[in-house]
Design a protein around this ligand. Structure first.
Ligand code: UD1
Ligand code: UDP
Length: 360
């Protein structure tokens, strides 16, 4: 009667941490199975330390590769792991290649699969994540949807599995770790007094030289200094396109390696504004413990709830528009509306549902 918690990337570690905490609290048997999609210390191991998670029971060393190569390798290795250590339930989280691989490998072995963060849609065909989450939703047995909007999407698509509205586990994490973050982080020593926090790593942005050139221009000309903990995918593309020096050499930009969760929470909390294409950051910004305004560096979002609550603005990727939005929003008050992503008890709820399924 084991629950397998499958994860592979930075956001999955952060968002599965509350699930692991709840499994521990209920004294249930579980295994953490890490595909190794992310393998750098600062995208993986450091998060196990910050979040005080047990080390993975299996690390499958899938590594980087093309979309199909990475997904196929993860499927093969997960299938073997599930056969060697048969779980009662496999939990996957989000929309990465690890999620697609875990859900497919699980259902094909007849294992109950639960999809955490089900029912999100960007309707953007350029995004690999859109295919991953759609397939994961349609094949999973248990759909843990964060909001009423995501429940409705799943119902309208006539999903086969059982839908449960749970909230998003990222709110559990933000609330749980924000006080610890302030105590444990000294990251502000590396940042100017006032700054705009930037992250961008989405394939449809950073793999496109025009969009990336625009982002460099935005950072160089922003109305407040930029702090940018940069994802390795973006570094790789900047170097390939000959744009790295333009960003790293700008006096307006503090470029950091990807930082740990405590450091990132502190950077969010003390920023004037956030500019990002990240999914998780759009959600975290609505948490009471973070409460920031976010300009979304994308044409669309699968998290419209953050726009409705007044925390997020979809900015697109045009540099002139983004610079105008940064100027306009620097001095506007942060919305005081409650987060639309749940009450911080999503992990507990998800594990409670798994427990009741296993005792049936
Ligand atoms: C993946 C997810 C994305 C998620 C992001 C979280 C998919 C399709 N994409 O994107 O949804 O938002 O993780 O950060 O699953 N690299 C390293 N070190 C690492 C890992 C990656 O240097 O530890 C570099 C490699 O050059 C690699 C590139 O980053 O080719 C992209 O990594 P990959 O896992 O394919 O996708 P992400 O862009 O990280
Ligand atoms: N994050 C972090 N350090 C960083 C950048 C982000 O800890 O340098 C955290 C952030 O708080 C959020 C998650 O990583 O919880 C988001 O990950 P990412 O943007 O890579 O993925 P996405 O959410 O877009 O899938």
């Amino acid at each position: 009667m084991t629950v397998d918690v499958v994860l592979g990337t930075r956001p999955e570690i952060i968002k599965m941490a509350p699930v692991v905490e709840a499994l521990k609290a209920k004294d249930m048997d579980y295994r953490i199975v890490h595909t190794g999609q992310h393998y750098d210390k600062n995208l993986s191991e450091n998060f196990f330390d910050d979040l005080q998670l047990p080390r993975p029971d299996a690390f499958l060393e899938v590594g980087s590769g093309s979309q199909s190569e990475q997904t196929a390798k993860a499927m093969m290795l997960l299938e073997k792991d599930f056969m060697d250590f048969p779980p009662s339930i496999v939990l996957v989280q989000g929309d990465t290649n690890t999620v697609l691989a875990g859900a497919l490998a699980g259902v094909k072995l007849g294992i109950t699969v639960g999809h955490v963060e089900a029912g999100l849609r960007s309707y953007d065909k350029r995004m690999p994540e859109e295919y991953n989450r759609r397939v994961a939703d349609h094949i999973s047995d248990l759909l843990f949807a964060p909001t009423p909007g995501s429940v409705k999407i799943l119902e309208d698509e006539h999903i086969w599995g059982e839908i449960h509205m749970t909230g998003n586990t990222v709110i559990d994490s933000a609330n749980l770790y924000a006080p610890l973050a302030e105590e444990n982080s000294s990251i502000l020593e590396q940042a100017p007094d006032e700054y705009i926090l930037v992250t961008a790593h989405r394939a449809e942005n950073v793999d496109d030289p025009e969009v990336l050139k625009g982002l460099v221009h935005i950072c160089q000309n922003a109305p407040m200094p930029i702090v940018y903990p940069i994802h390795p995918r973006t570094v790789k593309r900047l170097k390939e396109f000959g744009m790295y020096e333009g960003l790293s050499g700008s006096s307006n930009v503090t470029l950091l390696p990807p930082v740990g969760y405590f450091d990132f929470i502190v950077l969010m909390r003390h920023s004037g504004l956030i500019l990002t294409d990240s999914g998780g950051i759009q959600e975290e910004a609505t948490a009471e413990s973070i409460a920031k305004k976010v300009i979304v560096f994308r044409q669309n979002t699968e998290r419209p709830e953050a726009v409705d609550s007044g925390h997020a603005i979809i900015g697109g990727t045009d540099p002139t528009t983004i610079l105008a939005l940064l100027n306009e929003n620097l001095d506007t008050p942060v919305p005081t509306t409650e987060t639309p992503f749940g009450d911080g008890k999503a992990g507990e709820r998800i594990v409670g549902i798994c427990q009741s399924k296993m005792s049936n």
